[in-house]
Design a protein around this ligand. Structure first.
Ligand code: MG
Length: 244
């Protein structure tokens, strides 16, 4: 019995020593496959695997949210601008998790205040809004200002440029996951970079971004990206995304 025990102990020691010997080799922890796909991304350009949603020419990738008819916003000088009352527009295609780039500009002529000044918004999966608003010397509730995850997260800082200046959003959206019973089993997350400044750092999306009331979590799959007509002539350009 004692001999057997000693045999096992020696065996374990031997295996331990040889495993240890193995992991002293740097090659043991190298992973060679799969290799990342090559994506070319020029300075200030569009990555080679991006889906172009708007390149300044037309609204072919967009439709009206109300009835899926042609989008009625104005396209001029390489940008699209909200035409008051024509309604929200949305992509024809549906998406899950994405990296989105877009540029936006609030009107030079300042009209209104608070939520009434240069209001629009980028909705992911038609449910989760990152606010677009002119918050350059314009105060409103902090969890509803530009770069907020509307009524859920205050931006870390106010990185707004003046009205009439172009501004960038680079947004990483991780979509929530629902199981077959319709229960949310994994939350969605937002990271938002505004004019090169991190303003949302991997925040957990609590549910739909409601104007009135609390976030809802009804099950859904991939869905469209929507831009809001909030009656202010906000402009957009250079919109592209990459599926994640
Ligand atoms: Mg809005």
């Amino acid at each position: 019995m004692f001999k057997m025990k000693a045999f096992f102990i020696l065996g374990f020691v031997f295996i331990g020593v040889s495993l240890n010997a193995q992991i002293t080799q740097p090659e043991a922890s190298e992973v060679w496959e799969p290799q990342p796909r090559v994506v070319n991304s020029p300075m200030n350009g569009v990555p080679s695997d991006a889906i172009i949603l708007f390149d300044g020419k037309n609204l072919d990738q967009w439709e009206s949210r109300n009835d899926s008819s042609a989008a009625k916003w104005k396209v001029e000088n390489g940008c699209m601008t909200v035409v008051k009352g024509t309604g929200d527009i949305q992509t024809k295609e549906s998406f899950g998790s994405v990296q989105l780039h877009l540029e936006w500009r609030t009107p030079t002529v300042i009209e209104g205040e608070g939520q009434g000044r240069g209001n629009s918004g980028v909705f992911f999966q038609k449910r989760y809004e990152v606010q677009v608003l002119d918050n350059y010397n314009n105060k409103t509730y902090a969890n509803g200002q530009a770069g907020s995850v509307y009524k859920q997260y205050i931006p870390l800082v106010n990185a707004c440029r003046a009205p009439g200046e172009w501004q960038t959003y680079d947004i990483i959206f991780n979509a929530p996951v629902f199981n077959n019973d319709g229960i949310k089993v994994r939350s969605g997350y937002f990271t938002v970079i505004h004019n090169g400044v991190v303003i949302q750092n991997n925040v957990e999306i609590l549910g739909t971004t409601e104007y009135i009331g609390f976030p809802k979590n009804m099950a859904h799959g991939e869905d469209k990206i929507m831009l809001q007509d909030h009656s202010n002539p906000v402009s957009y350009r250079n919109i592209w995304l990459r599926r994640l």
